[in-house]
Structure formats: C-alpha cells, structure tokens
Ligand binder design. Sequence first.
Ligand code: SLL
Length: 154
Amino acid sequence: NKRVRGVSVFRPFVFGSIAHPFDPDNKPPNCPPDHTHRWEIFVRGVNGEDISYWLKKVQFKLHETYAHNVRAIEQQPFEVSETGWGEFEIQIKLYFVPESNEKPQTLWHSLKLHPYGPDAEGMKERRETVISQNYEEIIFNEPVEQFYEILTGG
Ligand code: SLL
C-alpha cells in the first residue's frame, strides 16, 4: 500500500453546534424539568456536500452527566441531538474510511447554549438560537494510493 509521495489532499468540512431554547410554556414531553435547550452537535460537508467517501464514523463524547455519553455515528448525517441545561466541551473523533490507512483525528468543540454579548447575564434570559460552528480542512499528507484514488475520484 504505497503512499503518493509529495502530495497533500485537503477536504473541507464544518463542525459545531446549534442550540434552541425551549419555550417555557411548551417543553417537549418526557424532558427532565431542569433542561432548558435542545441542541445538536454535527460534522458535515460544506454546503451539504457528501463527505462519507472519506469520513466513515464520528464519535462524539458528551459530558458524563449524559447517559451513554459516547455516541458513535456511522453514517451521514454525522450528528447528535440532545436536550440539556449546561455548556461543556465535546470531543469529536473522526474515523476515516478503512482504505485510507489513516489514524483517527480528534477535535474539540465548546457547546454554546447562551448568546454572547455585552450584557451576558441579561442575555441568558433572551430566547434565541445560538449557532457556533467552525470551518475546518483536513489534510491528508501523502495518502496511500488507494485512498488517493478515492479522494480524487480517479
Ligand atoms: C456546567 N461544567 O456546570 C458544566 C457541565 C453539564 C450539562 C454541564 C444535562 C445532562 C442530563 C446537561 O445539560 N449536562 O442530565 O441529561 O455548566
């Protein structure tokens, strides 16, 4: 399984979170009383591009207050939807397709529930959707030939 020397292939993606506060008069049924938000953590292609030809699995490690806090998502959409009350760091581990011979890579994301602003305390009371996302590029340096062909559609 030879590597293609002197070649780097990069692939863009977006990862992050989106959080919606509950309407206090209209909370979802079966939701613990202390939960205030529904949120999602995701890894996706730019403009909805398919990334499953290079990304096989994403493991999201949530705060230990969550049951089964390690969530492995094996197909698109690579996302987890939950409810909760607090912000915390989420570990995101990217597993590449087996042909790649690449080791998994780890990213971190801070789940944001509350809008940021000059009057941060007061704004916690404001009900608005909070999106926190990052554009990222993964770089495959000297990919193995088989993976290079997958990446470049050759
Ligand atoms: C904080 N360090 O104190 C953080 C911890 C934990 C968030 C936040 C609920 C989980 C559940 C939840 O939102 N945990 O009980 O289902 O702000």
